[in-house]
Design a protein around this ligand. Structure first.
Ligand SMILES: NC(=O)c1ccc[n+]([C@@H]2O[C@H](COP(=O)([O-])OP(=O)(O)OC[C@H]3O[C@@H](n4cnc5c(N)ncnc54)[C@H](O)[C@@H]3O)[C@@H](O)[C@H]2O)c1
Length: 435
């Protein structure tokens, strides 16, 4: 069935959607059916899990602080190893946690005491390192975004590798540990809002995430004695070393993408899941540097996108890093709460305590309803979910790779739309963009 035909078909489940798509089945069905599997090498319910960190910067260290606290609370885990290509951070972090120090992620992955890795390197290194980790038999906690915006092939490859194996994968979108999204998804699946039609979400915050917010640890740092520049570059374009590129990588398009890749995985992942949509048929986007115009900055600070789905649904994401007012409720990490609209009514979050169902205003409409929210996002819960999946050899994490693929596809397309100033189509048969 071609895209045009699917446009006219009524809303269908994700599985039905994929079963209608020729070649997508090869990759897609494997990716969607991430059910349980049990295999040798799984961590038994009482075995210690050795965790290795790749990327000992700001985020990596906050993960280790959290894991250390969890260990002190009785979680049977150990911070076994740390890897960084910048010597001062590697030495400092390994010493702090009494962990083995590696200057290459390949060496860390060869360590038999490492059962699970946390990938907290710059964006452009996540995908390749996650593929290497899964292939080495490790469970993976991978920071968002799952890949860099120009690495769509890597995203698909990682999805294939995760689907083909038995290792658990958790994307670092910790908002997915918030039970509210599963509650909303269930209400949508139960038919409360009718046919899902339109969802809006966004992320508004203040901060340049660059010159001001990313300090240069050492202006005299040099490749060779201090750091491995080639390992930092990975598959990004070859460039001469610069301390700004190394320490303030978020400003550069080679390694980052601005809010669309940095922040929108946090607010789009749950909306894609709740709406039950597959891959978008078209995405358009606009944005730019609206506030933090500086000599170094390449990435936009303001970005809006619209994704059209063949299930007759639309998702919009709006945001800026130049103003932090969020109309409506905010939740967890500070992102704006989504509005989920269907033919029969809408779901919104009220005062962070309730999900409210607001029926459409027509005669004979459904009755308004409210549902108590059962918790809040929590990074410890996100980690414990992965650890539990590792012990039971389940792949059904809160933020699995198959969902990351669908979400990241929107972000890849949005970035192409922004760069080309065109609407980008998608061929669901081949899972390729139509640029
Ligand atoms: N989920 C969240 O809320 C959240 C919050 C902050 C950051 N993050 C993500 O975490 C990641 C890291 O962000 P950060 O702020 O810690 O950056 P950072 O620059 O502070 O840390 C990155 C570290 O990776 C190291 N590194 C670079 N290349 C490497 C390689 N080839 N192998 C091993 N180490 C390498 C660097 O030396 C550095 O120490 C980013 O992708 C970011 O999007 C997520």
């Amino acid at each position: 069935m071609g895209i045009r035909k699917m446009i006219s078909s009524p809303h269908c489940s994700r599985r039905e959607f994929l079963s209608q798509t020729g070649a997508a089945i090869t990759l897609g069905s494997a990716l969607y059916l991430t059910g349980k599997s049990f295999a040798a090498g799984s961590q038994g319910p009482n075995e210690r899990i050795g965790i290795g960190l790749i990327g000992a910067g700001g985020r990596g260290n906050s993960h280790l602080d959290m894991l250390q606290w969890m260990k002190e609370q009785g979680d049977n885990i150990e911070i076994a190893a740390v890897c960084d290509i910048y010597k001062p951070r590697l030495e400092r972090t390994a010493q702090k946690y009494g962990a083995k120090a590696y200057s290459s992620h390949h060496e860390l992955l060869a360590d038999k005491n490492v059962d699970m890795v946390c990938i907290a390197t710059p964006d452009h290194l996540h995908g390749v390192q996650a593929i290497d980790a899964i292939r080495a038999g490790k469970d993976v906690y991978c920071e968002k975004p799952v890949t860099h915006w120009r690495q769509f092939d890597t995203t698909k490859e990682l999805a294939r590798v995760v689907a083909a194996g038995d290792r658990a994968f958790q994307l670092g979108t910790q908002a997915m540990s918030d039970p509210v999204w599963r509650q909303m998804k269930k209400l949508v699946q139960d038919g409360l809002i009718g046919q899902p039609l339109y969802a809006e979400t966004g992320f508004f915050r203040i901060g340049d995430w660059g010159e001001k917010d990313m300090p240069v640890d050492d202006p005299n740092a040099r490749p060779g004695p201090d750091l491995n520049w080639e390992a930092f570059l990975g598959d990004s374009p070859v460039r001469d070393f610069s301390v700004d590129r190394f320490f303030r990588w978020r400003l550069f398009m080679d390694y980052a993408g601005g809010p669309v890749t940095d922040l929108y995985p946090h607010c789009l992942t749950q909306v894609v899941d709740i709406m039950g949509v597959g891959f978008p048929q078209a995405v358009t986007a606009l944005g730019g540097i609206q506030r933090y115009d500086s000599p170094l900055r390449e990435v936009p600070d303001t970005f809006s996108l619209v994704a059209q789905y063949s299930e007759k649904a639309v998702i919009t994401v709006m945001g800026t890093q130049g103003n932090d007012y969020n109309s409506g409720d905010t939740r967890g990490s500070g992102q704006r709460c989504p509005v989920i609209r269907g033919w029969d009514g809408s779901l919104v979050i009220r005062s962070n305590k309730e999900i409210e169902f607001i029926p459409i205003r027509i005669k004979g409409a459904k009755t308004p309803q409210r549902f108590a929210i059962e918790g809040i996002e929590d990074n410890v819960t996100h980690w414990r979910n992965l650890i539990q999946c590792s012990r039971s050899r389940s792949k059904q994490t809160f933020s699995p790779m198959e969902l990351a693929l669908r979400t990241q596809t929107v972000l890849h397309m949005a970035m192409q739309a922004f760069l080309t100033q065109k609407t980008i189509g998608f061929d669901v048969q081949t899972l390729n963009m139509k640029v």
